[in-house]
Design a protein around this ligand. Structure first.
Ligand SMILES: [Zn+2]
Length: 432
């Protein structure tokens, strides 16, 4: 049965590839011809450790890719970050022209695997390769380069307007974010469309896998709740002149969040909760301390959580409701909540949906089947979120693998060629 099903798929794929015009067929052929060399480029970049906190390594990977962009007629520069941010900076490559849509292509150079990681950098296993950042996301970086190379080879890169940014701190963005993402935002302001090449996600549809991409996903940010209350002997707790203490007040608040605020596309997780006579929370280490006694009414509490929402309106509405709940303090207690936004939401739009359709059409025409829309909550926030308020974008155009961020991160080697063909066809069509 399995064999029969794949035979049918193969027939469909062959029929569908007739959808590419003659130039597009040459683009696809140019990608295929480079596949062994593309894998070598990937290996070269993966063998250099580029954990976010290893700036030398990140820069070195940046140099490897910069040389490729230069050879394709791009101008490259290194966007430095102030030293106190302890981040390597970003690679920026630009191709000037006057034709078609202005594109911004997004990747990142860093990985979660720091220098002391025990994970073997490059470990080929048949048609897959395991290693540091193979899927997240040096595979995607290579896809961008190979797609552009194919366009150049066929002579259709000329006069296109394409900017590329490979950030050096996607996995642990430098602070402040306004500085860390300024270059990307500036590039977005002069672009019409952003394509991000984080790993493609595959979903099972009746046994056959379908690749999925994102045109919308949620914000990422957090909140800190601080509560203070009247202390006293525990024997007095709940009495009119003492109240319930800080821990009961904090518990009231977070339980009211859970009771009243749960809705689609919204989550607010509580990460830590500490209360007692004296408490502290250190943001840098995510460490809380608490001192208290069972016979003393709790004087302080600190609760730290996250908040993810899909649209700016949803975010504002929910924050206002949270503030209302916080303000209804029990007697002799008072509480305040502070919000910290990290990644803005990538709200769903018609234009985003249409862009995903174009990508799906390119994939089908190239014989790889349609691309589905990933539910917004199924992919965490990423670099594309920062420019989503400015430019129409989709993410997940990168390589396909499994176990990203774990010791078993791996990559399906064929997904480089597949991703590069799809991306090249899409870029070609957008820049006509
Ligand atoms: Zn990534």
């Amino acid at each position: 049965m399995r064999f029969l099903a794949s035979a049918v798929l193969l027939t469909l794929a062959t029929a569908a590839s007739a959808q590419l015009d003659e130039t597009e067929q040459r683009i696809a052929a140019a990608v295929k011809e480079r596949s062994p060399a593309a894998l070598q480029l990937l290996e070269k970049s993966v063998r250099v450790n580029s954990g976010t906190l290893n700036p030398e390594g990140v820069r070195e990977v940046g140099k490897i890719f910069a040389a490729e962009f230069e050879s394709l007629g791009f101008k490259t520069r290194w966007a430095e970050m102030p030293p106190e941010m302890k981040r390597a900076g970003h690679l920026v490559a630009t191709h000037e022209g006057t034709q078609g849509k202005r594109l911004l292509l997004i990747g990142h150079l860093d990985t979660v695997f720091e220098k002391n990681s025990p994970v073997v950098p490059w470990d080929p296993r048949g048609d897959r390769v395991r290693g540091q950042g193979v899927g997240d996301m040096k595979g995607g970086d290579v896809i961008v380069i190979e797609a552009l190379r194919a366009l150049r080879k066929v002579g259709v890169l000329d006069n296109t307007r394409i900017s590329v940014i490979y950030t050096g701190d996607e996995e642990r963005a430098g602070s402040p974010l306004e500085v860390a993402r300024k270059d990307m935002i500036d590039l977005a302001k002069r672009s019409d469309v952003a394509l991000a090449f984080e790993g493609s996600i595959r979903r099972d549809h009746g046994g056959a896998g379908q690749d999925m991409a994102s045109y919308s996903r949620r914000s990422s940010g957090g909140w800190t709740l601080k509560v203070s209350a009247k202390s006293g002997h525990s024997g007095q707790v709940f009495r009119e002149n003492y109240g319930a203490g800080a821990i009961y007040e904090a518990a009231r608040i977070i339980d009211a969040f859970r009771e009243n605020l749960v809705e689609e596309n919204l989550t607010f997780n509580v990460g830590t909760f500490s209360g007692g006579t004296q408490v502290s929370y250190d943001e840098a280490t995510s460490q809380s301390t608490a001192f208290g006694k069972t016979n003393v009414i709790a004087k302080e509490a600190i609760v730290v959580g996250d908040l993810r929402y899909l649209t700016p309106e949803q975010g504002e509405r929910v924050k206002a409701r949270m503030r209302e709940i916080v303000a209804k303090s029990l007697p002799h207690a008072k509480a305040e909540i502070a919000f910290k936004d990290s990644y803005p939401p990538h709200a769903p739009t018609e234009a985003g949906r249409n862009l995903l359709e174009l990508y799906s059409k390119a994939s089908m025409d190239a014989g790889f089947g349609p691309i589905g829309a990933l539910p917004p909550a199924d992919r965490g926030a990423g670099d594309l979120n920062f420019v989503a308020p400015i430019v129409t974008g989709i993410d997940g155009l990168g390589a396909h693998g499994s176990g990203a961020h774990t010791d078993n991160e791996d990559l399906e080697i064929a997904s480089i060629e597949r991703g590069a063909i799809r991306a090249a066809i899409l870029i070609y069509r957008l820049t006509r």
